[in-house]
Ligand binder design. Structure first.
Ligand code: MCA
Ligand code: AMP
Length: 500
């Protein structure tokens, strides 16, 4: 029986007694122990009625069992659907209705609310708490450590990851076994990841960066992973001398640079610092090199495509550029008007094709057609330049998107929620520079005639509907929104007038 991802990432470790996941308490789960736990969790999935192709929603704390559950979903032929733990019940309800999962694994503290949401959908609920206990681990403890792996081919779905949309509705990106494995292979080779590596893992595991870029490459290479429950600056600094790699968003690096304990000596054993998910400022890149002697390797990707480009491991890493197309991946810069390639050095839309590119959006064929060409090229919405030797620089975005601390926030989603508050006529949500998160969310509000609410009241009304990281940090009450002659809101003017 073959299963593309399981056979490459998990099966080879059945007899591997080297440490794999080392948690905050210092306990190490070996690779062989991981393989056994994956099988136990796959047995739980089967016992819960999960059939091949069924979706499993996971909104649970970062635990070794959470990552083993990803492996179990792969082994059982199911589709893993991780969700940001910050999402509110209102947001969760959308994903549950859209994805129609067979099983939802939630934090123990949310069990009652999630059970209520699931009652009409026929989805079962299991729990996994921040202390590692819950009905999921309890069920896994008593079932066999072997499981008959379900056959899955390269084009079968392995994961469904939601990414917010410019229309305000989140879209589920369908990722196949081939999409994930091809990218893991490309990155492992390019970054030279081996069993001698020890990765500091402080990212969340509900997004591509922490889940696929970090975990799939580690599994493929057999590397050790210092698996932190969350970003913890002290712990990262403590681990630097015993580790070889760190993967993070730019906020990780600006925070580390703000700490005098970040020194060349402390980083002497490190061989690779990777940054992605948001633009890394050239000044951060330079300051990091000056302080540590290491040049951060910046790469670029998307949920729909996995990683697209990377600065070289051997060779020059240039600040402000995201490097070359990964092996097996083609990048074209096209005219947003005609879709035809633009001359070298001109700005255009970044498009990408390869085994890394997803299969389309779940239940949204028209969105898929809009963004994924028949030729196989995916239209990223990012604007870039390709140099004569193929190096890509991102110069802007055609899509209206704010990236805060590596989390993507689509203004349309926030505007829709604010506009529903009684008394609000319209709103415009935009990002302004922020020293820690890169960008911070701001909302300009126009009220209906005769109505005035303060920012605190609006904040209170939208709080149950939007994850905290999406909520505006500032409300600007205006008489009118700046518009161009076509009537389009000029967010650049709002940004100019209201940046700190
Ligand atoms: C936390 N808060 C935030 C953010 N994170 N606010 C805005 N933006 C954020 N990113 C708020 C909380 O709501 C809370 O608000 C307060 O900050 C403290 O929360 P805490 O959890 O303690 O924050 P933290 O531990 O300091 O987290 C910051 C962080 C985290 C470490 C930068 O956001 C993070 O891990 N980001 C990584 C995201 C990521 O993995 N992105 C990859 C996406 P209050 O105090 O008001 O309640 S994948 C992707 O983009 C593509 C594919 C790619 O290329 O990788
Ligand atoms: P997501 O929708 O979460 O998959 O985020 C993907 C988006 O993050 C891309 O379309 C880019 O706009 C942005 N992104 C990812 N990596 C980088 C990077 N290294 N530099 C600039 N933007 C990036």
């Amino acid at each position: 029986m073959t299963n593309t991802l399981y056979d490459a990432l998990i099966a080879p470790h059945a007899e591997n007694n080297a440490p794999f996941l080392i948690n905050d308490e210092g306990t190490a789960l070996t690779y062989a122990g991981f393989v056994r736990r994956v099988a136990q969790l796959a047995n739980v999935l089967k016992n819960m009625g999960v059939a091949p192709g069924d979706r499993i929603v996971v909104q649970a704390p970062k635990q070794t069992d959470t990552i083993a559950l990803y492996g179990a979903a792969v082994q059982a032929g199911a589709v893993y659907l991780p969700l940001n733990t910050a999402y509110t019940q209102a947001e969760l309800s959308y994903f549950l209705n859209d994805a129609a999962p067979r099983l939802v694994v939630c934090d123990s503290k949310d069990e009652a609310a999630v059970t209520r949401l699931c009652s009409d959908l026929g989805a079962k609920v299991l729990t996994l708490g921040a202390d590692g206990t819950g009905s999921l681990p309890t069920a896994a403890d008593t079932v066999p450590e072997q499981f008959d792996t379900v056959a899955r081919g390269p084009d079968d779905l392995a994961a469904l990851l939601y990414t917010s949309g410019t229309t305000g509705r989140s879209k589920g990106a369908m990722l196949s076994h081939k999409n994930l494995l091809s990218n893991a292979r490309a990155l492992t080779n390019l970054w030279d990841i081996t069993r001698n590596d020890r990765l500091i893992h402080a990212l969340p595991i509900f997004h591509t960066h922490g889940l696929f870029v970090a975990m799939n490459t580690s599994l493929l290479a057999g590397a050790q992973v210092r698996f932190m429950a969350a970003f913890d600056q002290d712990a990262i600094l403590d681990e630097l001398p015993n580790s070889t790699m760190l993967m993070g968003v730019p906020t990780f690096y600006t925070r580390l640079l703000g700490d005098p304990r970040l020194t060349k000596d402390r980083c002497a054993g490190m061989r690779l610092f990777v940054s992605g998910s948001a633009p890394l400022l050239a000044e951060t890149h330079t300051a990091f090199t000056d302080r540590t002697g290491h040049r951060i390797l910046e790469r670029y990707g998307m949920t729909e495509t996995n990683m697209i480009t990377s600065n070289p491991y051997q060779g020059e890493r240039i600040e402000g550029t995201v490097g070359y197309a990964l092996p097996g991946t083609e990048v074209e810069i096209t005219s947003p008007d005609t879709g035809q390639p633009v001359p070298v050095g001109d700005i255009g839309m970044i498009e990408v094709r390869g085994d890394n590119v997803f299969q389309g959006y779940w239940n949204m064929p028209e969105k898929t057609t809009e963004e994924l060409r028949d030729s196989g090229f995916f239209i990223t919405g990012d604007l870039g330049i390709k140099s004569a030797d193929g190096r890509i620089s991102i110069v802007g975005r055609q899509k209206d998107l704010i990236i805060s601390g590596g989390y993507n926030i689509y203004p349309k989603e926030i505007e829709d929620v604010i506009n529903d508050v009684a008394g609000v006529l319209e709103s415009a949500v935009f990002g302004v520079p922020h020293p820690d998160f890169g960008e911070s969310v701001q909302a300009a509000i126009i009220f209906e005639n005769g109505v005035t609410l303060d920012g605190a009241t609006i904040a209170q009304k939208i709080a149950p509907l939007l994850a905290r990281f999406k909520q505006p940090r500032n409300y600007i009450l205006l008489d009118a929104l700046p518009r161009n002659s076509m009537g389009k809101v000029q967010k650049n003017i709002l940004r100019q007038d209201h940046s700190p």
